[in-house]
Design a protein around this ligand. Sequence first.
Ligand SMILES: [Zn+2]
Length: 333
Amino acid sequence: MGRPIIYWACFIALAAQAQTFQLPTANHALFEKEGEDRFFVGTSGKPWVTGTFGCVRSSGWQVHEGLDIRCLQRDRHGEPTDPVLATADGTVSYISTRPSLSNYGNYLVLCHQVEGVEIYSLYAHLREIRQDLKIGQAVKAGETVAVMGRTANTHEAISKERAHVHFELNLLVNDRFTGWHKKTFPDQRNDHGEWNGQNLLGIDPRPILVAQHEAGAKFTLLSYLQGQTELCRVLVRKTYFPWLKRYAALIRPNPRAEKEGVAGYEIALNFNGVAFELIPRAASELKGKAKFQLLSVNEAEYHKNPARRLVAKRGAVWELSSHGLNLLEMLTY
Ligand SMILES: [Zn+2]
């Protein structure tokens, strides 16, 4: 009787670990050889790469923070009808059904807890969102949460031909975003509170989905985050901000700061502004008095992925740009 129980236990353990993130529609061409054309939708007249994540638009100077996934099913009017599926087990964080208020159109945000990291999936341009979904409600990976559509408030509408779901995986910058936004941009509207796209920093879902598909349980999200390419390293003279709590798994211990007391944090940012490594620093380790200090820049990465313009070169000296300072203000508010 012993052996079947052991086999069964192993099976459950494997099933529980594997495939944290799934594709959010039935389109699985991403996993097929040369399937990109059937998976990604490019911008009008542009190749599929413009539907991927990163500095892929306006000759590299505009970031696309998600994947534009092509539709597979249409109704008799040619409108997309693909079910949109939760990418992982999670809870509902935000539902926006006022398409005129966002270039996301109707959109939905789910929250997932993976390896101690809070990650938010976002599904945009939806035709409809499941009526019974409520904020805080639990959903299962693969569960239908919405129907693909073409909603957006952009000047140029999404054509039927380009029908897609815009899918993001994000880290949440600051739960005090609403207050920060009001103070920083008093004349600008913020219709979505902390679920404003500015407060969500995207990471590329493609390698996550592909690595999980290929490596299964061996893939870890934490290693993926820790392995981001560094654009720059900054020092902030702040000892508490929400990111430290939400992404505590990304903090690297520093015995000296633990012993002497923390006076600030050294932070590694990727090209999109994701703080993927944070090191507490003691006062004795800090130089200068500036609130934010640029410590180093990875020039090769800047030239590869410049669109966020977080740093700029003045003469021979790199400095934090207004965009970079703005991001750090938002992060540490
Ligand atoms: Zn998109």
